[in-house]
Design a protein around this ligand. Structure first.
Ligand code: SF4
Ligand code: SF4
Length: 382
């Protein structure tokens, strides 16, 4: 059995279960790839681009270099005219077999779900997980707590698509609101097995979850509640995904929160409208303090559905000391990497899963994960 870890609550990355909405941004950005618009061209909401749909309507105001899913790309800047004028909706019927279902996943740009399905030779079991991969994030929890009816209805639909008898839905036993809400209606879904998990780090990773549930990962498909909510909105309701939920936290800001926002808005605009800093010196981590990456040009970050959380961490708490040879990093590594050896000899390891536990445990605050993964310097360029 692989090691699962109980993490202390981190006062520097505290999170508050408060959901705010930001659905009328001034501007949004969409990558230019394979499209040909000019300044002042009118873009309707739901216009398809290479990796997203336009989440607002408005005029193209310029082209700009932005950070989209960790890559620098040129994007159109679209000035929101707040009319939400949409391209006309095509009439469509919800698919009833797997092949049709897969082609609609492609149409709605849900490629992450399609990839997960295509990687499996055989799917005998479906697990729906409301456990975030990163510890200090509440995206999956919020989705199950607020959209439990949609999640359960979609699970029932997926039973038929995948031709299986039972689905396991899991959440952590500390998520009181989602447990209460799911339990209030689970009686009408006899084919859904609702399981509560301990509050242990790494259960958000498919491999660790399957092992904990004693399930063979080779023929088990694990989807997140956010995947299920996207399937509900697109495949069942026929709507493009133009909104996303993420957690914003860290000791460099006065208040943490969870935000439901349009895809394509810049982090800069969210900062200007929602965030007060209590220091000028901070680092920005995308997708978590443990497993995320430190990003230098954070004002260029565009919010996409791949971003689950952003952490603003005061630099004064991040100053590195000399290694004291305590050995804690080697002891905690779940895949048994000799982290200390990697530090001493600047070695990389392809076994690293990027969990960040070595950084978390190190009393000298050495950025060990970045050394083991060989991306200590990459953060400076992004
Ligand atoms: S070396 Fe990689 S796998 Fe091991 S604790 Fe650090 S981040 Fe996790
Ligand atoms: S945890 Fe940090 S201080 Fe301890 S041995 Fe590892 S690198 Fe050195």
């Amino acid at each position: 059995m692989k090691q699962l870890i109980t993490l202390d609550s981190n006062p520097d990355v505290y999170i508050v279960n408060q959901l705010v909405s930001y659905l009328s941004p001034q501007k949004i950005y969409v990558p230019i790839i394979n499209s040909n618009y000019n300044v002042n061209d009118y873009i309707k909401k739901n216009t398809r681009f290479s990796s997203c749909f336009s989440s607002v309507s408005g005029l193209v105001s310029k082209q700009k270099k932005v950070l989209w899913n960790n890559e620098k790309v040129i994007a159109y800047e679209i000035n929101n005219n707040y009319k939400e004028e949409s391209i006309s909706k095509i009439k469509y019927k919800k698919p009833t077999d797997l092949e049709e279902f897969k082609s609609l996943l492609e149409k709605y740009i849900l490629n992450n779900i399609l990839d997960k399905i295509n990687k499996k030779e055989k799917i005998d079991k479906l697990i729906i997980s409301s456990v975030d991969e990163e510890e200090y994030t509440l995206k999956e929890f919020i989705i199950l707590a607020n959209f439990h009816k949609e999640i359960l209805a979609t699970c029932e639909y997926l039973l038929k698509i995948f031709n299986i008898d039972e689905i396991t839905l899991v959440t952590k036993n500390i998520n009181a609101k989602s447990i209460r809400n799911v339990k209030s209606i689970i009686g009408t879904y006899p084919s859904i097995d609702f399981k509560l998990l301990p509050d242990k780090y790494l259960l958000g990773y498919d491999e660790y979850l399957c092992e904990y549930l004693n399930t063979d990962i080779n023929n088990t498909l694990v989807l997140k509640t956010s995947d299920i909510y996207n399937i509900y909105n697109s495949i069942i309701k026929g709507k493009n995904i133009t909104e996303t939920i993420l957690t914003i936290s860290g000791d460099a800001i006065t208040k943490s929160f969870i935000i439901n926002t349009k895809i394509g808005v810049s982090l800069k605009e969210i900062i200007d409208n929602f965030i007060k800093f209590n220091t000028k010196e901070f680092n920005v981590y995308v997708n978590g303090y443990l497993k995320g990456n430190k990003i230098k040009d954070y004002e260029d970050i565009i919010i996409t559905s791949s971003i689950d959380c952003i952490v603003f961490k005061s630099t004064t708490k991040e100053e590195e000391d000399e290694c004291i040879n305590c050995g804690a990093c080697n002891k905690i590594c779940p895949v048994n990497i000799n982290v200390l050896k990697c530090l001493k000899h600047t070695l990389k390891s392809s076994k690293c899963i990027g969990c960040g536990l070595c950084n978390y445990i190190c009393p000298a605050k050495i950025k060990l994960k970045e050394i083991v993964r060989g991306d200590k310097d990459e953060e400076k360029d992004n």
